[in-house]
Design a protein around this ligand. Sequence first.
Ligand SMILES: Cc1cc2nc3c(=O)[nH]c(=O)nc-3n(C[C@H](O)[C@H](O)[C@H](O)COP(=O)(O)OP(=O)(O)OC[C@H]3O[C@@H](n4cnc5c(N)ncnc54)[C@H](O)[C@@H]3O)c2cc1C
Length: 517
Amino acid sequence: MHLRETDVIVVGAGPVGLMLAVELRLAGARTLILDRRPQIWDIPKAGGVGGQTLHLLHYRGLLERFEAAGGHPRPTPRFPFGGLHIDFTPLDESPMQAVRLPQPQLERLLSEIAGERGADVRRGHEVVGLSQHDTAVTADVRGPDGSYPLTARYLVGCDGVQSRVRKMAGIAFPGLTYPEVNRLGQFTMPDSVKLRDDGDYDVPGLGRLRAGFTRTERGEFAIASYTPNDVGVYTSEEEAREYDDETPMSVTELQDSIRRVLGADLPLGEPTRLSRFTFHARHAERYRAGRILLAGDAAHQFPSPGVALNAGLMDTVNLAWKLGADVRGWAPPGLIDTYHDERHFAGQRTLLHTQAQVALRRGHDPAAEALRELFSELVVDEQPLRRMAALIAGTDIRYPMPGAGQHALAGTFAPDLTLHTDHGTTTVAELMHTARPVLLDLADRRDLREAARGWRDRVDIRTARTDDRPADALLIRPDAHIAWAAMIDEPGDTAAAALREALCTWFGTPVKTAERV
Ligand SMILES: Cc1cc2nc3c(=O)[nH]c(=O)nc-3n(C[C@H](O)[C@H](O)[C@H](O)COP(=O)(O)OP(=O)(O)OC[C@H]3O[C@@H](n4cnc5c(N)ncnc54)[C@H](O)[C@@H]3O)c2cc1C
């Protein structure tokens, strides 16, 4: 008989492990995070958070804290996509927004929030072994004061691309590694380089250098500025050399690469960020092996930039409430398995567009040129621009929901409706701060409130009015995805039966109660 020290062990205090801990605490699970590093690694990786993550932070009431640390979300008018730029400026408002928060700062902030919520964060503690049986999982931990075992109900590997948890759980990570070495540098603008009014650069000895991507025989070069005082430079070359990702890149290494790709020297200012990386397209075969689960880079690796963090953070919000439901004893059978079904599906969507980007950026033959030209022609109209933005931001995910004849909103992220109630005005986002499931009655449907009565201990039942209601009622899961929706004026018998079925599927068996709603 094992004594469980905690409900969930999270391996890895990167952004994904920390966000998972924040969500697990909201879901009521005791949470312990272990990280092998004694402190947060001060190496620049992701430069900020954007896409669907911003909506989620808003729905959790956390966006203000992120804005206080990194400023208001800023639009990304031109998003790099497969060696091209998608120009979102024709749209009224850029759908691509991001809060600039370098990863070490992001981890500090999430660490702070996880601590405030009661998660135990242990740094300098490495997981070196794992075993599991029917009711528990045990991690062998090597800490500063020696080795010790730690037992929990579940363990989640958020331990990055080289995930030891994934290997120890016997989960395959099939896919591809692409041969290009990519180098990225952010610098202060050197005095000798002039940023022109049209966004291009005047470079001594080189003349006019076009902003954006330049393709040469040796690879790819890109240059862009956030402000007139900074400049970002990127190269991509096919190289046989193997790099150790833990060895920081030097300015000389980047300058040598620029010389090879561009055939010229480029003056650079003071470096503010330097990194080197290769692209992989890999996907864990399963996100779950018994009581061990995977999230973030441990579960997926994408061959194009700017999307990995968003995907990992969205894994956490999908998983946490399901583990919390199990810990609290109301999880219906199969609930935790839906984590793999839904997030593996989402991972495949991200692989779809990041691998399409590989095809776009590679090759110099006429077929490759034709592909780039055709793609560029397509992404100028409003509809394709919105589709691409939703795909990149991860806002287009619609989880397949069980049940026939589902409402068009089922499986989607709940819209942030303004809600008028007898106690004042609120929003869907505000209702989701506590991460509790909500039955939102938008048409004073007493029959539906009655149907949900037996789940009142775990599902909040709210009645409100909203302009142009999209449905008579919405059943919203803690991850803000809609589990079920009633059509406008849907007859009570079919609507109540379907609602009860959805409640059983997602929130378990009802408790018997004599009270009326
Ligand atoms: C140079 C670079 C630039 C990037 N830029 C972007 C970007 O612009 N946008 C974007 O979305 N993404 C970007 N990424 C990717 C992004 O950094 C990752 O997606 C993100 O770090 C994944 O978070 P994670 O928590 O899953 O894993 P990690 O951040 O890798 O965290 C894993 C943690 O697990 C710990 N750990 C590992 N093994 C063990 C063990 N056995 N026991 C205990 N602890 C362990 C590690 O110490 C680490 O802290 C970039 C990555 C790099 C390298």
